[in-house]
Design a protein around this ligand. Sequence first.
Ligand code: CIR
Length: 260
Amino acid sequence: MFKNVIVRTPAKSIVNGITSAPELGKPDYNKALIQHESYIQALKNCGCQVEVLPSLENFPDSCFVEDVAVLTERVAIITRPGAETRLHEVDHIKDTLRKYYEEDCIEEIESPGTLEGGDVMMVGNHFYVGQSDRTNEEGCKQFIDRLKKYGHEGTVVKLEEFLHLKTGVNYLENNNLLVSGEFIDNPLFKEFNQHIIPDDEMYAANCIWVNNTVIVPKGYPKVLSLVKSLGYKTIEVDTSEFRKLDGGLSCLSLRFEAQK
Ligand code: CIR
């Protein structure tokens, strides 16, 4: 269960965020704020206590707070983003994490390692980590070493196309995995009940399980009915403005259970 959630309010500079899809246009700041509010409300409806951090104008992508830390029940690992403009976002999360974790349970990824939280998928005690354009081999190695220190395990998944691991594969608990694109038929996932996301709704592979409810991006009817058919309660949240920057539901929060 996740009791705690951290989010960060989008900055006005969100219009200058990184995107691989400029053809979708720039995000509308006011609309992004409204969608962010609904996202917070959805998480509260799932029983989470939500801490809302202030916007950071110098960091256009900083509302994608998932990328700056990986939080487990035993350890907080501060990442080292591979996107240069995002590297120093981590400086703005450390103090917040100290409120939730003991100092000796806070770890960091160090240079030359890079790692972004979007590349990490938690399955109980096991963490899959995507080796991607943002998360390098050294970052994966450091991450798995840190995990082991706390009794967790890790597996590296090599990415060919997706931005992050969770852009294309997401765990919904109960052994259910949503898989899309390059992750379909990956032998690393063969033990899961795999549910294939159709190509025309690929963006919605990024759903999040929050305390037995699954939050699904609004506007993807096939994925919504798939998730419902698995027996989950669902909440739809519109993320159209974040999608313009390759951001999905998971990127917008850190979901965890605080240690203190
Ligand atoms: C970026 O390119 O870094 C942002 N525009 C999107 C980050 C999405 N984060 C995530 O999937 N965890």
